[in-house]
Ligand binder design. Structure first.
Ligand code: GTR
Length: 341
């Protein structure tokens, strides 16, 4: 009996040792996965409920799911991590992993991406997406990569039109002397000057106050941003010039992306692309809802006929020429955009 107990006791001890050892191993494994799990920070300028915000949260969820927790992305919305130009630099440096950027403020650092900021370069949102989904998109993405950014997917941002506190705009002359807020990009300042206005580059978050206090008399944006920022409350004339169609990217720091395993690279791309489909769907609903909302609030929306648009387009010729004189290697990319059906 005694001996049996002793043997039993010995067996238990061995099992205990094994269990302890095993426990240590599992603890070590779980520690190493938690140490190795990547915790990323992501930047987004838009508020709760905006198509990009919903899609970026979906991206974050998909990312964790598809990488089985190896990558976790915490999204910071509403520009809480700073303005867009600074955030672009932060992602290039890797201080932030991801940003949902407009190609507008990226243009100054990546000339290929800047072609989309030539006013009227696309003739419709549909054509812009056919171009972005093909060779044009590839060339632009390659240009971004040279600058340390990898575009995982592109979002819809519709078309941008002028709005102001004074009157309907139907011809370039109507903008004469008007102070108009633009995003940080010389092409936009050049555009406003060529139309006879005074450009005022300014961060998105400052525009509401600037319109309200008459620091600027106008700005330009798509319906969802015009509405989500409340700009329609302080600048009640929206004129459908549709002068810019600027795609937006889900952009990741190139080194962070390139250091991932092939499996995780694939998961990251898939998560971005799936959530971009959601963004495009939500966008098509929101652009109508936002237009209805601003109209119901009393905003005066005016069409600009194809014929009236010709005058705006003609005024942009020097802007295009100036850009291509500085970047002659981009002539073929612009030609490729224009030849996209
Ligand atoms: C919005 C765009 C933002 C930002 C903003 C602006 O349409 O989604 O990324 O570029 O316009 O005017 O600053």
């Amino acid at each position: 009996m005694h001996a049996r107990y002793a043997k039993w006791g010995f067996k238990m001890l061995r099992l205990k040792k094994i269990a302890v050892a095993f426990g240590l191993v599992t603890a070590a494994v779980s520690m190493s996965t938690s140490v190795m799990a990547a915790d990323w920070k992501g930047w987004n300028i838009h508020v709760t409920g905006y198509p990009n915000t919903v899609a970026m949260d979906d991206f974050s969820r998909l990312l964790t799911e598809k990488t089985e927790g190896r990558i976790n992305l915490k999204m910071y919305h509403a520009g809480t991590l700073g303005n867009q130009s600074d955030a672009i630099e932060q992602v290039r440096l890797g201080a932030l992993a991801i940003g949902n950027f407009s190609l507008g403020p990226i243009g100054p650092i990546a000339p290929e991406a800047n072609v989309v900021s030539l006013p009227f370069v696309f003739n419709s949102v549909e054509q812009a997406f056919r171009a972005m989904d093909g060779e044009v998109g590839k060339l632009i993405s390659a240009g971004l990569e040279k600058k340390g950014l990898i575009a995982l997917a592109y979002h819809d941002s519709g078309s941008r039109s002028f709005y102001n506190t004074q009157k309907p705009i139907t011809q370039p002359d109507d903008l004469k002397g008007m102070k108009i807020r633009v995003m940080n990009n010389d092409l936009y300042s050049g555009m406003i000057s060529a139309l006879g206005g005074n450009p005022s580059p300014m961060a998105f978050s400052e525009v509401y106050q600037a319109l309200k206090t008459n620091v600027v008399e106008g700005a330009e944006n798509n319906f969802p941003s015009y509405e989500s920022t409340g700009h329609h409350e302080v600048a009640g004339f929206y004129s459908l010039s549709q002068h810019l169609i600027i795609p937006e990217c889900v952009c990741i720091n190139a080194k962070i992306f390139n250091d991932l395993s092939d499996v995780d690279q694939k998961a990251v791309r898939e998560a971005a692309q799936e959530s971009a489909l959601l963004q495009r769907k939500l966008w098509s609903e929101r652009k109508v809802a936002s237009r209805n909302k601003v109209e119901a609030s009393g905003v005066k929306i005016n069409e600009i006929s194809a014929e009236q648009k010709l005058a705006f387009q003609a005024a942009m010729v020097p802007v295009h020429e100036g850009f291509l004189a500085k970047n002659p290697e981009l002539k073929s990319l612009v030609a490729l955009i224009k030849s996209t059906k």
